[in-house]
Ligand binder design. Structure first.
Ligand code: TTP
Ligand code: MG
Length: 388
């Protein structure tokens, strides 16, 4: 197959032991000690820990009591989300000074598109400069991956942690991927792994040369894309936040939800909140996205794009619910999110008046006026006829 038209260079940066590193930054006496950050919520799990603590087997999402058993001499600290967000802002500012195309993935990681920066020294030099600036200006350690696309760049940043710098060239990508387990491909979770195993596919190399008809049985319409990833090919662009603008709401639960009904109730409530925000800003969108974070932090998103503009609670909910129905929530859901993207600002009311159901419009308007008078929490939408 032909090589993609032009050579891109994508950088992925991921901070090392982020929360723990910030705690050590603010209290240098902790340097070199096993520092475990977590707690403060009802769940009592480890958020993250320093690399010294990882030697004892402590890791993210582990119950704190287990961490204390493995590492009784560790320094246990509560999370300070505002402080981490503040530092995260400074890191992202360095990225934005470096490239006009920055896509933040989470509090401590982002993609930067460094394509076409030869005049500024080339992608590799710039990537080193970013890593050095984080170290010198913020006194924090980051790991860097530099590669022709997002998939490889993210893989690379994780290959030599902490303070790694791994570059993958287009030529070496396929050979390097071949012996890796299929789960290294983002989106291949345990269930896909099990199904692939039934076809004798365990390594990325086998995936790359597998028959597409077999892959369709596991990945459906995404089969071709998975096969391309397995060959180290990925065309997804780095997307700036403004372009990715969406209106959404998520909710993290104190206890994992394990049944469809509870999840549906939450999705209904979230849909109402998102709908209200959309209408308040006089926006409507084409795409509804459902985000599900499971108890083990594995996160999936499902999107559904309609051909007409969506702004009413019921329409958002109906699409979100359809997507939820296809997801197995039994392993435990810790977070649900609903968002609407592909936003447009209808010029005037009639454009929004596409909904056939007059009653639905009246109901939404009535709720909106209550919410704007008394605040967002005055009404929580629920399934009619369900006993709580
Ligand atoms: P990660 O980048 O996954 O982890 P890390 O930065 O602590 O360590 P690494 O060097 O392996 O990248 O997550 C970033 C932060 O997100 C982490 O510092 C704390 C938070 N987090 C949680 O609160 N719970 C979790 O289960 C995970 C994985 C992360
Ligand atoms: Mg990190």
């Amino acid at each position: 197959m032909k090589q993609s038209e032009h050579q891109r260079w994508i950088m992925h940066v991921d901070m090392d032991a982020f929360y723990a590193s910030v705690e050590i930054l603010d209290n240098p006496d902790l340097k070199g000690l096993p520092v475990i950050v977590g707690g403060r919520s009802a769940r009592g799990v480890v958020s993250t820990c320093s690399y010294e603590a990882r030697k004892f087997g402590v890791h993210s999402a582990m119950p704190l009591f287990e961490a204390r058993r493995l590492c009784p001499h560790g320094v246990y600290l509560p999370v300070r989300p505002h402080r981490y967000a503040e530092i995260s802002g400074k890191i992202m500012a360095i990225f934005r000074e470096t490239s006009p195309l920055v896509e933040q993935l989470s509090i401590d990681e982002a993609f930067l598109d460094l394509t076409g920066m030869e005049r500024l020294g080339g992608a590799e030099t710039i990537a080193h400069q970013v890593q050095d600036r984080i170290q010198e200006e913020l006194k924090l350690s980051a790991s860097v991956g530099l590669a022709p696309n997002k998939f490889l760049a993210k893989l690379a940043s994780d290959m030599d942690k902490p303070h790694g710098f791994v570059k993958i060239t287009p030529e070496e990508a396929e050979t390097m991927l071949a012996p890796m387990p299929v789960t290294k491909i983002f989106g291949i979770g345990r269930s896909a792994e099990d199904k692939l195993k039934q076809f004798g596919i365990e390594k990325i190399g086998q995936l790359a040369s597998a028959d597409v008809t077999i892959l369709r049985k596991v990945f459906g319409i995404n089969a071709e894309q998975v096969k391309r990833l397995a060959r180290g090919l990925d065309e997804r662009p780095v997307v700036n936040e403004e372009e990715a603008k969406s209106i959404g709401k998520e909710n993290t639960f104190d206890y994992d939800l394990t049944d469809f009904e509870s999840c549906r109730d939450e999705v209904l409530d979230l849909s109402g909140q998102v709908g209200w925000r959309l209408r308040r800003e006089n926006l409507a969108g084409h795409t509804v996205t459902l985000k599900v974070k499971f108890a083990d932090f594995h996160t999936i998103t499902r999107s559904s794009t309609g051909d007409r503009l969506i702004a009413w609670d019921e329409e958002i909910f109906s699409l979100a619910e359809q997507m939820l129905r296809k997801i197995n929530v039994k392993p435990g859901v810790r977070l649900l999110g609903v968002s609407v993207s592909n936003l447009f600002r209808p010029e005037d009311e009639p454009v929004l008046g596409f909904a056939e159901d007059e009653r639905m419009q009246r109901r939404n308007r009535a709720i909106d006026s209550l919410k704007s008078k008394f605040g967002e929490n005055i009404i929580k939408r629920g399934i009619v006829g369900k006993n709580k």
